[in-house]
Every structure is written in C-alpha cells, then in structure tokens.
Unconditional design. Structure first.
Length: 126
C-alpha cells in the first residue's frame, strides 16, 4: 500500500508541484492550505508523513508541528518542513520543534522525493 503524505502548503503552485512529483513516485497525497485545515485532516486520518510549510495562514507550521508532537496520537508522524526560511536559526528551531528533516525553498522536487523516502524508511523499517 502506498504511503499517505499530507502536503501542507498555502501556495497552490508549490502544493501542486509537490503533489505531482510524489504521486508520480507512487505516494498517495492529500493536501491542506492552512495549519488549521492540516490539523483537521490529520485528526480525521493520520498520514504516514507530513510535508509542512512554515509560513501558513491562521497558524504557523511551527505551531502545527508543536501540536502534532504534543498529541500522543500524532507524536510519531514524520514531518518534513519545506520552507523559504533558510537561516540556520530557523532550521535549528524547526528541527528542535520536532521536524525530522528541513528542506529550503527553492527546492529540487527529486531531492524532496528522496528525502520523503528516506524519512519514511527510518520511520517504517521493513
């Protein structure tokens, strides 16, 4: 069964690009355009992995990450942050908040797919 990936991104072009590449590589994708929508979708059905933008309407990606990690039902869901915030301090904060990986925009779609595969491999060893 293909892994279920939730892409949380408010920019439709970026969201569609990520969905296109992950779907093409065999992942099942769902999307959310805001932090609140992401939390609702995750509560309804936890994904195998979340690709999470940091700068979202209503609630930041860091807050989404914090809430996921604080909830025992979602604490183990892997998170890859995908963001334009590229300063070292932003990367450190994201990783310390519980992200499993951090990809800076602009990004290579092939690299993102490889990172999704790597994080899932660590999270769900065969």
């Amino acid at each position: 069964m293909p892994a279920d990936v939730l892409i949380v991104e408010d920019e439709p072009d970026i969201r569609n690009l990520v969905v296109h590449h992950l779907t093409r590589d065999g992942f099942r994708c769902r999307t959310a355009g805001s932090g609140a929508e992401a939390l609702a979708r995750i509560r309804a059905a936890a994904p195998d992995l979340v690709v999470l933008d940091l700068m979202l309407p209503e609630m930041t990606g860091l807050e989404v990450c914090r809430r996921l990690r604080a909830d025992p039902a979602t604490a183990g869901v892997p998170i890859i942050m995908l963001t334009a915030k590229t300063d070292e301090v932003d990367r450190i904060v994201g990783l310390e908040m519980g992200a499993d990986d951090y990809v800076a925009k602009p990004f290579s779609p092939k690299e993102l797919v490889a990172r999704v595969r790597a994080v899932l491999r660590r999270a769900r060893p065969d």
